[in-house]
Design a protein around this ligand. Structure first.
Ligand code: CO8
Length: 258
């Protein structure tokens, strides 16, 4: 992998950690950073030793949005030619779980990155929001779609139109995030969950993610078909044989991801 300039990346057992690292601008997502995040997720996807990714920022910010300096002079034509959202679309193709640990600001593109994750842990002082309207623009990396699917039309419009910050408590109440954790133990608690997830049957984890995403994105009947196909598919795995045998033999299963 190329040398990383805007993020840090390391692994702990079967969990990979991506830390956004442009602290001087509250982790504003410039294009280089989005490229590095997506390329690292794709690298992790091919690493057989790693099963779960945690994305985090620092104490002040997860990410305070797209880098405004970088896009201030953009035009319709430069945006069209840049086609920057093609790289965002690749996040949806990642089959391994992505867990997010949010401290501080998660605004604009930063909130969109959060909404692309599968499980979201936030500290008590995390702050979410779409302030794009204050810049005369709107979310472009999926924010209007993903927020609406999570909280419904009326509530999403209110947040998107007013551009106000949403506290961790509010985000929890609307079902945007999974858990609120005390600031000082956010990373530790997120890692505990990630390690626990990394011990689950790997193939089941992937196929459950695919099926749940289908439920979000498609009519129920299509989702049910995909769920059924994935359920049958698991009966071709050694882990299904091992898992059920272990249950019958009253012992812990030893899953190999095969
Ligand atoms: N872009 C560039 N620089 C930023 C950004 C940003 N989004 N956010 C903060 N910074 C910089 C500041 O300019 C400042 O730099 P300097 O020290 O050189 O002046 C430094 O980070 C620290 O910020 P502040 O001094 O402003 O810190 P405060 O604690 O006073 O305020 C805020 C924190 C409230 C978060 C404030 O910085 C702020 O309002 N930031 C902008 C938030 C915003 O509008 N985000 C949305 C951006 S638009 C967007 O995300 C569109 C997404 C669609 C495409 C996604 C593609 C990636």
């Amino acid at each position: 992998m190329n040398k990383l300039e805007t993020i840090k990346f390391w692994t702990e057992d079967r969990v990979a950690i991506i830390q956004l690292h442009r602290p001087e601008v509250l982790n504003a997502l410039n294009r280089k950073m989005v490229d590095e995040i997506v390329e690292t997720l794709e690298y992790i996807e091919q690493d057989e030793e790693v099963l779960v990714t945690v994305i985090t920022g620092n104490e002040r910010a997860f990410a305070a949005g797209a880098d405004i300096d970088e896009m201030a002079e953009d035009t319709v034509v430069s945006m069209e030619l840049l086609n920057q959202f093609a790289v965002w679309d690749r996040i949806a193709l990642i089959k391994k779980p992505i867990i997010c640990a949010v401290n501080g600001f998660a605004l604009g593109g930063g909130f969109e990155l959060v909404l692309n994750c599968d499980v979201i842990f936030a500290s008590e002082t995390a702050q979410f929001g779409f302030p794009e309207i204050n810049l005369g623009v709107m979310p472009g990396a999926g924010g209007t779609q993903r927020l609406t699917k999570v909280m419904g039309k009326a509530k999403a419009l209110e947040w998107l139109w007013l551009g106000e910050p949403m506290s961790a408590e509010e985000a929890y109440r609307y079902g945007v995030i999974n858990r609120i954790v005390a600031n000082e133990v956010l990373f530790e608690e997120t890692m505990k969950f990630a390690h626990r997830l990394s011990k689950q049957a790997p193939l089941s984890i992937r196929l459950i993610k695919e099926a749940v995403n289908k439920a979000v994105d498609s009519p129920l009947v299509d989702g049910l078909q995909l769920e059924r196909k994935n359920f049958y598919l698991l009966f071709g795995s050694e882990d299904q044989k091992e898992g059920m045998k272990a249950f019958i033999e009253k012992r812990k299963p030893d899953f190999q991801g095969k």
